[in-house]
Design a protein around this ligand. Structure first.
Ligand SMILES: Nc1ncnc2c1ncn2[C@@H]1O[C@H](COP(=O)(O)OP(=O)(O)O)[C@@H](O)[C@H]1O
Ligand SMILES: [Mg+2]
Length: 176
């Protein structure tokens, strides 16, 4: 078993499955003897990034903070999982460049129609009604990764299938 830390960077629309996949994987990493931390977008915005909004500038600041903390953890042997929409390619790539550990970008892909139908937090309904402004996928951009290490299609795969794809990649790289 490897004692290497790495960053497992989930990116995708709200409701695509980032938090679900993180929760599924965390106990498996722990069983494999890894130290794990999760930087979940919603939780970070309540703490580390409290007060930030959803302009491009504030979103970038939020993601840079997540990238900074993830790197501190990963270079000390922790599996640092990030689960934030992280809609902008340039900032994700900047986090990748600054990382001292392996950076594994997972594109959690699902069609807008699927995540809107799920509407796990009722936010798409509010975004469509104009109650929430600057909502990713509706009234704010999402830039797909051009070269992610793993792509999962949660509109058509089960949680287990998506998680196994990620584990297979990590095992292949000797990271778990
Ligand atoms: N393959 C899959 N991977 C992850 N989530 C899935 C998958 N298939 C269906 N889902 C469902 O999609 C929803 C994703 O919600 P969530 O994880 O909160 O999204 P996010 O954290 O990206 O906003 C959950 O209800 C989950 O059960
Ligand atoms: Mg989430």
């Amino acid at each position: 078993m490897s004692d290497k830390g790495f960053i497992l960077w989930f990116t995708g629309l709200s409701g695509s499955g980032k938090s679900t996949l993180a929760s599924y994987l965390i106990p498996l990493f722990k069983e494999a003897g890894k130290k794990v931390e999760l930087l979940d977008g919603d939780e970070v915005r309540e703490n580390l990034s409290k007060g930030l909004g959803f302009s491009k500038e504030d979103r970038d600041t939020n993601i840079r903070r997540i990238g900074f903390v993830a790197d501190l953890l990963a270079r000390n042997g922790v599996v640092a999982i990030t689960a934030a929409i992280s809609p902008y390619r340039d900032i994700r790539d900047e986090c990748r460049k600054k990382s001292h550990a392996a950076f594994v970008e997972v594109y959690v892909e699902a069609p807008l129609a699927v995540v809107e139908e799920r509407d796990t937090k009722g936010l798409y309904k509010k975004a469509r009604a104009g109650i929430i402004k600057q909502f990713t996928g509706i009234s704010d951009p999402y830039e797909e990764p051009t070269n992610p290490e793993v792509v999962v299609h949660t509109g058509s795969e089960s949680i287990e299938e998506s998680a196994q794809k990620i584990l297979k990649y990590l095992k292949g790289k000797g990271l778990v």
